[in-house]
Design a protein around this ligand. Structure first.
Ligand code: SF4
Length: 217
């Protein structure tokens, strides 16, 4: 049974698909921000396999950067908690490489590329100088690492427009007023919130109600 949090807590990845428009159900992020220990659908995702692939790719990146003489921090060393008046924002960049007064935030992705991957790294680029004293004066670039290519993100991408969009969404998700619920087979199929918590949940395993066959073409 869901338990109300004392203060809204938002994990970075709950925001990124909303920011780029890949997800529409704002209620899912709002609910997770305001409640914990909620009923979840059984996890069919092969997390052990994902974890092994992710760790292998991350280790390759780490070894290369260390060979170049960079100072490298990985995963739990990078966990941050930004406590605002409305909500707390939490996240954990995969890897940070420091060289002199420049830093690069790396995030490793084993799935298909999506724009939300870039926004996730940009949110880390915004957060790290605010979270860690040693990074306060540091400008971070970003890098999304896929198994067959990389996408660099310049520090300038984290501009006023991005920051204001991010802060607006944090304020919305952290507000006491529940946000818009948008059930769809596609989105509910990837949502962990069980129908006992969200009765409007549509079961579809990624298929929508609008999927059908026609003979017109
Ligand atoms: S189950 Fe569907 S409608 Fe309910 S919160 Fe998740 S995405 Fe939104």
């Amino acid at each position: 049974m869901a338990e109300k949090r004392e203060k809204p807590y938002i994990w970075v990845t709950w925001l990124t698909k909303l920011l780029v428009g890949d997800n529409s159900c704002e209620w899912a992020a709002w609910f997770k921000a305001h409640y914990q220990k909620y009923d979840r659908v059984p996890d069919t995702f092969d997390s052990a396999k994902w974890q092994m692939q992710h760790t292998e790719l991350l280790n390759r990146v780490r070894v290369d950067l260390e060979a170049e003489g960079k100072t490298v921090f990985i995963e739990r060393q990078n966990r941050f908690t930004l406590k605002g008046a409305i909500a707390t924002l939490g996240g954990r960049p995969d890897l940070i490489a420091i060289s002199g007064d420049r830093g690069v935030i790396y995030d490793v992705k084993t799935g298909q590329p999506t724009p939300s991957d870039h926004v996730q790294v940009m949110t880390y680029m915004y957060s790290m100088p605010k979270a860690f004293r040693q990074y306060r004066e540091m400008a971070f670039d970003g890098m999304v690492v896929y198994h067959d290519h990389r996408v660099p993100i310049p520090a300038a991408a984290v501009n006023d427009s991005f920051v204001s969009g991010l802060i607006d969404l944090i304020r919305k998700v952290g507000s006491p007023e529940p946000l818009r619920k948008v059930p769809s087979g596609m989105e509910c199929g990837f949502c962990p919130i069980a129908s006992s918590e969200c009765p409007e949940r549509m079961e579809g395993n990624g298929k929508g109600e609008g999927d059908n066959e026609v003979s017109d073409f």
